[in-house]
Design a protein around this ligand. Structure first.
Ligand code: ME8
Length: 653
């Protein structure tokens, strides 16, 4: 099976997905961001005339949902129905253009998951054993003891974990380690942004354990396939959830829409990248299905620089923002504000600034000026007949920008896409200042004045087409004023073929973006901090700033090494030259500054902990290919060693 399979010879369709949202709480701004970006990408592809399919939905099984329902004194299904409906209603109100809203409690989905389980089982990729480990209910994930914080707390969310021992079916994740690494290497766009790929690759290189894919400790999940005759177990929620991307297309039931597989872009938050970039492709390999083209991992949204949480009372409900500022303005702000993949901050100040300067000034005013001028000079009639003659330079500059936009979409860089698009309005605004049509009118050069007005009308037409994936309704209003419709047909004519608008009468429109002077929403609640509180917060912030993500830690390869040879470096007071065995024939020369504390002979055949992926360095002319871990205080230095002998090369972490 070639996992890179593209649909050569067939029409390539675009299948775009959001994560499916847990039904343990209502939608917040982070959910809205993923949904907006996926919606904008789908609309962009549609505009280009592609056959698209856009999936979103809700993730409804697992212990976390069961517990949330209990807390709310509701039967689990009823609770899931209610919360799932709040997501669907919100996306409908926001006119999100999804083709399907999947729920993991849908019967077809459950059938598809059971079929996938049977296929993996028949292939020998699933086996039964026992699992004992630390389980984080909130993340629905087991963690090895070595990854826990203080031996107890979840490394992802910091909550306390429980020890769970149970019979379980396991998926042979370890079998796919090499195939996954090969796939990452051969497909540099599999994980975007590329900066996020390293943490995944290092995690896989650190060794994959087989994955427990069933549970017996609770029952709120997809039942086992009847053919296995093992009712005690239900499916692990992540196996169930990830498979939604194919069951939504009918995998295991009516498979007509499987023609959309593989997905072109699957959007996820950075916290769930590992599930999507490791487990998900491994499951697909096991099912002999091609892998998605791109997993796009976005960053985290904060509010006024603070993490949002229910306890702080600073969570932003997207509906609240949309009700006062408008959903299209919110879409624009979120997609313009952050480089895809980086964390973003929601502040009303930044939001209002963008509305006033970019939407109201750059775009809104340009449209109003052109309507005003054409009303005065030509009774609202706009004719592009002389635009080429007087404005070739501006037309060329505009078309060069339009030609470059596709690359930003390919790289999921919506902020760059919008930044470039805004250069069109700059061309329009500059042309008005430079050619001053009102002066031309006085000089009796009416055709020149009207050519400038028509140039700007064309700028607005082309820009509104390209803005339509992000601001569909606003763009439709602009297009209507300019007497055309946003469609793949007009895209072809105005963008691909670079044609100009035909003779038409421009319509008056009310201002699209009234200026906003003051924040329209209540600010995030701010507790009155006393002096002690401030000090505490500053200390906590300092600590938090120095914290790293688990992925950053795994970027360092630490290994147990056995010292085979050791000798003093002549003329050096501090250095010893060591030959260290890191297993599987990996013999390293390490030059270490430990001579004052250890004799060369005492080190031979002892074990040390080695940083194994440092760039080689030269010390006194000798290459050193690693570093030993050591602790030093006023009493001197001691090497950090494994408590018991371990095989050379054993990973530490
Ligand atoms: O993880 N900023 O669901 P979920 C940006 N059911 N994104 C945020 C965010 C924030 N402050 N908070 C959460 C799940 N998200 C699983 C997915 S897919 C097969 C299963 C993002 O409701 C988060 O990163 O907890 C994730 O991408 C999405 O919201 C859903 O989170």
């Amino acid at each position: 099976m070639n996992f890179n399979e593209t649909k050569k010879g067939k029409n390539v369709s675009k299948y775009i997905t959001t994560p499916i949202y847990y039904v343990n709480g209502e939608a917040h701004i982070g959910h809205a961001y993923t949904t907006f970006i996926a919606d904008a990408m789908t609309r962009y592809e549609k505009l280009k005339g592609e056959d698209t399919y856009f999936l979103t939905g809700t993730d409804e099984h697992g212990q976390k949902i069961e517990e949330s329902a209990q807390k709310n004194n509701k039967p689990t299904q009823e609770f899931a129905d209610e919360i799932s409906a709040t997501f669907k209603d919100l996306w409908d109100e926001f006119e999100i253009s999804y083709d399907k809203f999947i729920r993991t409690t849908d019967e077809e989905h459950k059938k598809g998951v059971q079929k996938a389980f049977e296929v993996m089982y028949a292939k020998g990729d699933i086996y039964k054993d026992f699992y004992e480990g630390h389980y984080c209910v909130s993340c629905e994930t087991f963690f090895p003891e070595t990854q826990l914080i203080d031996g107890e707390f979840c490394p992802d969310c910091g909550r306390s974990t429980n020890i769970v021992k149970e019979e379980s079916y396991f998926f042979k994740l370890s079998k796919y380690e090499d195939a996954l690494l090969k796939h990452y290497e051969q497909n540099p766009n599999f994980i975007l942004p590329r900066s996020r790929a390293n943490e995944v690759i290092n995690f896989v290189k650190g060794g994959l354990r087989d994955l427990s894919v069933t549970r017996t400790s609770f029952s709120w999940g997809v039942k086992m396939p009847a053919s296995l005759n093992d009712d005690k177990h239900v499916m692990y929620v992540w196996l169930d959830a990830l498979l939604n991307y194919i069951t939504a297309l009918g995998y295991g039931s009516d498979e007509a829409n499987m023609k959309y597989w593989p997905a072109s872009t699957q959007f996820v938050g950075k916290d769930i990248l590992r599930f999507h970039a490791i487990y998900w492709p491994a499951f697909l390999m096991s099912l002999d299905l091609p892998l998605p083209r791109t997993i796009g991992a976005h960053g985290w949204w904060t509010r006024d620089g603070e993490k949002m949480s229910k306890s702080k009372g600073n969570v932003i409900a997207p509906k609240e923002v949309a009700d006062v500022y408008g959903v299209e303005n919110l879409r624009y702000f979120m997609l313009r504000e952050v480089p895809f993949g980086q964390d973003g901050d929601f502040s009303q100040r930044a939001f209002i600034d963008r509305i006033n300067s970019e939407l109201s000034n750059d775009l809104g005013n340009l449209l109003n000026r052109i309507i005003g001028m054409s009303g005065k000079y030509s009774d609202y009639e706009i004719d592009s007949v002389d635009v080429e003659k007087y404005h070739k330079k501006e037309l060329d500059a505009m078309h060069a920008i339009l030609d470059s936009l596709d690359d930003f979409i390919e790289g999921l860089q919506t902020h760059r896409y919008l930044e470039e698009l805004w250069k069109l309005f700059a061309i329009g605004n500059k042309a008005i200042e430079e050619y001053a049509p009102w002066v031309k009118m006085k000089e009796d050069k009416k055709d020149e004045a009207l050519a400038t007005v028509a140039l700007v009308a064309n700028v607005l037409a082309k820009a509104s087409l390209m803005l339509s994936p992000v601001m569909p309704k606003t763009s439709a209003i602009i297009a209507d004023a300019l007497n055309f419709e946003i469609s793949s047909q007009s895209y072809k004519e105005l963008i691909v073929d670079k044609k100009l608008l035909k003779l038409f009468n421009i319509k008056k429109v009310p201002p699209l973006f009234p200026r906003i002077e003051e924040p329209l929403m209540a600010e995030a609640p701010e507790a009155e901090p006393n002096k002690k509180e401030v000090q505490k917060q500053e200390a906590a912030k300092k600590e938090e700033d120095s914290l790293i993500e688990i992925g950053q830690f795994f970027e360092t390869s630490l290994k147990v090494g056995t010292i085979i040879e050791a000798e003093e470096v002549p003329k050096s007071k501090k250095l010893l030259k060591l030959q260290v065995d890191l297993g599987e024939g990996d013999l390293r020369q390490v030059v270490a500054g430990i001579k004052e504390f250890y004799s060369a002979e005492s080190l031979v055949q002892t074990q040390v902990c080695v940083v194994a992926n440092l760039k080689p360095a030269k010390l006194m002319g000798m290459v050193s290919e690693g570093m030993l871990l050591a602790a030093k205080d006023e009493d001197g230095l001691c090497l950090v060693r494994p408590e018991k002998p371990k095989k050379a090369g054993t990973p530490i972490g």
